[in-house]
Design a binder for this molecule. Structure first.
Ligand code: ATP
Ligand code: MG
Length: 559
């Protein structure tokens, strides 16, 4: 997808906005718009969830409505409080405040009452069949199912058995509550779906209060209805559930929430499945859920992505009815665009080479005024120390330069950014012939802003004053996978991990203004990219993450 056709796609209303505007115009629900974002707290949120958050909260904002955060915590086995906390934090960090924070588990008593109501109305029954027996009678998409031998139990018997299920009288797997829907429906999900199962498991919120838990079809739509959600937006895999969603609401006679579906968003060179992400974490392929290479919201935050960039990206890609892979470069485009506005400019040398300016007085330091951010009129300035000994980038020097190399080499000139022009006179080398120090002269009349030297160097390079430099560890990240779509590759996704996704530079030298940097601070290191201070930083050691390079090297390489 190119940036251009995305623009076209999003200029008009998307299909959900059209539905909502029609509903408002028709006075449906009194013109009220109420959405929800319903994560299951079984992992950290990823970039796919971010699109769903931006969509649900964005619609509420756009139409003066509300959006709830609801934890779909009906499965006691996989859920944890750690995930709940991280999800709340991520939603707020993205810039959205839930109208309410609710838990489906708080509705367990109410959902139980709903189930009893369905039984009383003859729309649910207790089935003693095993999972295999149920599957055997289910039929196939082209062949109708057959009724369970327990389908015609009396209401009284069903009420009694269901209550005893709740009391814990029956073992796991021996009984279920099923909807008495339509065993001949072409929609397999309508063939008497399970509503409740027995599970003797401790729940992260309700503890051991329950030993029966509602299934998705007995929980999701009902929770929407309890909250008077008007537009329940989910991803396409729930299309076949829409019929039972409506069926339950109709049979129960409760608030008629409506379900709408959109396509999942997947980002290239990564995966968005909590199960696979959990595997990456548990098997140590990455260093935790917030490892900056991960596609989780917490990892993107730690890597230095901004909430603004993610929101703008989500807005730009819009929504679709068919699944597609969104190019990671587009996300990086929005990250650069935002960081360009807000990141402080600084100089850092990742692979330092010493420069000694032989005609600069020993012991002298001058302070050169430098803009913090030329893109920000209120960005202010800082004083950069300059002296006789500096660090420059190894890459910016070549002793025997090829014809197109315009950086520093013996006898050539280079401008030191915001400072002076220097000339390299002599190269000091170690026993292996590797340059260890450049002895240079500077031109005092060439100071930036008041240059009267008349010299025209072909290059400007960055530098850091050696005695003032702050050593740091810099982590350079690349894509986590070597192929565009690791989730749909015939090879196992673990085989497709990019072995070079993390490079650690241990001896970087940063300009002294970084001394006050705290985790989350964002910088543009001149000529190198956008960087942020990592949470691993201590008072002894700064750790810096590269958020994104200045330009998109991958797209260029692909041609
Ligand atoms: P995963 O497959 O990663 O475990 P999930 O769908 O099981 O995701 P939930 O916690 O159930 O995760 O998802 C919460 C909401 O986020 C749901 O409405 C779901 O449809 C939506 N969502 C999940 N993944 C994506 C995605 N890749 N793109 C858009 N929306 C998504
Ligand atoms: Mg799920």
């Amino acid at each position: 997808m190119t940036t251009d056709n995305i623009k076209e796609e999003t200029q008009s209303l998307n299909f959900l906005e059209e539905i909502i505007e029609q509903d408002i115009a028709a006075g449906k629900n009194g013109g009220r718009v109420h959405t929800r974002f319903p994560p299951e707290p079984n992992g950290y949120l990823h970039v796919g969830h971010a699109t769903s958050i931006c969509l649900n909260f964005g619609l509420a904002v756009k139409y003066g409505g509300k959006c709830n955060l609801r934890f779909d915590d009906t499965n006691p086995v996989t859920e944890e409080t750690e995930y709940v906390d991280s999800i709340i934090n991520d939603v707020r960090w993205l810039g959205f405040e839930p109208a309410n924070i609710f838990y489906a588990s708080d509705y367990f008593p109410k959902l139980y009452d709903f189930a009893v109501d369905l039984i009383k109305k003859g729309f649910a029954y207790v089935d003693d069949s095993t999972a295999e027996e149920i599957a055997a009678l289910k039929g196939t998409p082209t062949e109708p199912g057959k009724p369970s031998p327990y389908r015609d139990r009396s209401v009284e018997e069903n009420l009694d058995l269901f209550e005893r299920m709740r009391k814990g009288e029956f073992a796991e797997g021996t009984k279920t509550l099923r909807a008495k829907a339509d065993m001949t429906s072409p929609n397999m999900i309508m063939r008497d779906p399970l509503l409740y199962r027995i599970k003797f498991a401790h729940h992260h919120r309700t503890g051991d209060d329950w030993c029966i838990y509602p299934m998705y079809d007995m929980a999701h739509g009902q929770s929407d209805s309890i909250e008077h959600i008007t537009h329940s937006i989910c991803t396409l895999e729930f299309v076949p559930h829409r019929e039972i969603y409506d069926w339950c609401i109709e049979k129960l006679g409760i608030f008629p929430s409506k379900q709408y579906e959109f396509a999942r968003r997947n980002l290239s060179y990564t995966i968005v499945s909590k199960r696979k992400l959990l595997k990456l974490v548990n098997e140590g392929h990455v260093n935790g859920w917030d490892d900056p290479r991960m596609p989780t919201i917490s990892a993107m935050r730690r890597r230095g992505y901004t909430a603004t960039a993610i929101r703008e990206w989500a807005k730009r890609i819009g929504i679709a009815k068919r699944e597609n892979l969104v190019d990671l470069s587009l996300m990086e485009f929005f990250v650069r665009e935002d960081l360009n506005k807000i990141a402080l400019r600084a100089m850092a040398v990742l692979d330092p080479l010493k420069v000694v300016i032989t005609n600069y007085p020993e012991g002298k330091t001058e302070f050169l005024e430098t803009e913090n951010n030329p893109e920000d009129p209120n960005g202010g300035t800082r004083q950069m120390p300059f002296g006789r000994e500096l660090w420059i980038e190894q890459d910016d020097f070549m002793e025997n330069p090829p014809p197109k190399f315009f950086r520093l080499s013996p006898g050539t000139l280079a401008r030191l950014k915001s400072a002076y022009i220097i000339q390299c006179d002599e190269v000091v080398k170690d026993a292996d012939g590797k340059p260890t120090e450049l002895r240079c002269t500077y031109f005092p009349e060439s100071r930036s802003g008041s240059d009267t030297s008349g010299l025209k160097p072909k290059t400007t390079i960055h530098w850091v004053s050696a005695p003032h430099a702050i050593p740091a560890e810099v982590r350079l990240y690349d894509r986590l996978f070597t192929v565009e779509d690791p989730a749909n590759d015939e090879r196992d996704f673990l085989e497709l991990i990019n072995p070079d996704s993390l490079k650690v530079v241990t001896k970087a030298m940063l300009e002294p203004s970084l001394a006050s940097g705290t985790p989350g601070d964002k910088y543009q290191f001149l000529r190198l990219g956008y960087f942020t201070v990592d949470t691993d930083s201590t008072t002894e050691k700064l750790v810096i993450n590269r958020t994104v390079t200045l330009r998109d090297a991958w797209s260029k390489a692909k041609g």
